[in-house]
Design a protein around this ligand. Structure first.
Ligand code: 13P
Length: 347
């Protein structure tokens, strides 16, 4: 294992001012996203959409890495036919790959899911490295339902799978992004969200240690600690930032270089405002880069602006660049309403 190369990539992914574009929607998810704009998902339309994002002039100022779905890892730019891993690397953007096979119900634990995909992963990693991927993502899905879900069994099963994946990734020379996503669907309080997030991350680091994972060569991708989306009296921005920072300080070792938040079901602006406040409030006792690995919060407006219309590609690129810039500024605590207002849909 080349520890210094892993540490270098793990640090670069969260470099100040930059973060990750999660463009690794699985086939069912990209089908849903494209259907929402009236486009049928095929390998060609998926490629056209991803090409729009990856050929946006200047996006590399704000984007450190891109997570790809396996189909995209093997595809190429529309003009010039340059394989995406090569195209991205040339821009200084690290190509990554989603490797999990999705979450399935966990036997014996109603309401809990466990993520599959470990079988054959060593061979898949060798192929992905060969194709140019230098980091990977595995997502565990944790629901909150009353007091019983998630169960400790569910948290441990997911932590174990994440740690087995992380060890295999490092063996193959890829930085593992570990994503224990606590879903925010439901009416739960921000306190319950914090309690479950802390338990999930604590189990994760116990398992990573057990599986002898080199923490300096890993990245954590957590949810922000917010109130359940359907609850009344949801917590405000300061409360979200404080609860998220408190949670991370309790359970993420200082050896971890970068923490990159997912956006979940937050709007683009909500996710950006929260990330900005987290960075404003982080203080000297938060030793990590605190950045983003957004999917929807970088793509929503761009996708809607494109709408499958070639004439709208440039406008969609402008929408994506705006979100990337706003998110990049939020990693520095430099985002503002004035920056947000510098671009409007349709401009
Ligand atoms: P969202 O930011 O849309 O939640 O996607 C991030 C991601 O990669 C989820 O696995």
């Amino acid at each position: 294992m080349n520890k210094s190369a892993l540490h270098e990539v793990a640090t670069a992914l969260g470099a100040p001012g930059k973060g990750i574009l999660a463009a690794d929607e699985s086939t069912p998810t990209i089908t849903k996203r494209l259907a929402a704009i009236g486009v049928e998902s095929t390998p060609a339309t998926n490629n056209a959409y991803r090409d729009l994002l990856f050929t946006t002039p200047g996006f590399e100022q704000y984007i450190s890495g891109v997570i790809l779905f396996e189909e995209t890892l093997r595809q190429s730019t529309v003009e010039g036919g340059v394989p995406y891993p090569e195209h991205l690397s040339k821009l200084g953007v690290v190509p990554g790959i989603k490797v999990d096979k999705g979450a399935k119900p966990l036997a014996g634990c109603p309401g809990d899911k466990v993520t599959e995909g470990l079988d054959g992963l060593r061979d898949r990693f060798a192929a992905y490295y060969e194709l140019g991927a230098r980091f990977a993502k595995w997502r565990a899905v944790i629901s909150i339902e009353g007091e019983a879900v998630p169960s400790t069994t569910g948290l441990r099963a997911n932590a174990h799978a994440l740690a087995r994946y992380a060890a295999l990734a490092q063996e193959a020379g890829l930085v593992p992004i570990c994503e224990p996503e606590v879903l925010m669907d439901g009416e739960h309080s921000i306190e319950r969200s914090g309690e479950v997030t802390e338990a999930a991350i604590t189990e994760l680091y116990a398992a990573l240690r057990e599986q002898k994972v080199f923490l300096e060569g890993t990245v954590l991708k957590p949810n922000m600690v917010v109130s359940g989306y359907d609850g009344a009296g949801r917590a405000g921005v300061d409360e979200v930032a404080a609860a998220t920072l408190a949670c991370l300080k309790r359970c993420v070792p200082a050896a971890v270089p970068s923490i990159v938040f997912l956006s979940g079901g937050q709007t683009e602006v909500e996710a950006t405002v929260h990330l900005d406040r987290i960075n404003e409030m982080k203080g000297d006792d938060a030793p990590w880069n605190l950045s983003f690995s957004f999917g929807r919060a970088l793509q929503q407006t761009a996708l809607a602006t494109w709408g499958g219309d070639d004439a709208k590609i440039d406008a969609a690129k402008a929408a994506f660049l705006h979100r990337a810039r706003c998110s990049g500024l939020a990693t520095l605590g430099d985002y503002s309403e004035a920056v947000e207002a510098e671009w409007k849909p349709g401009s």
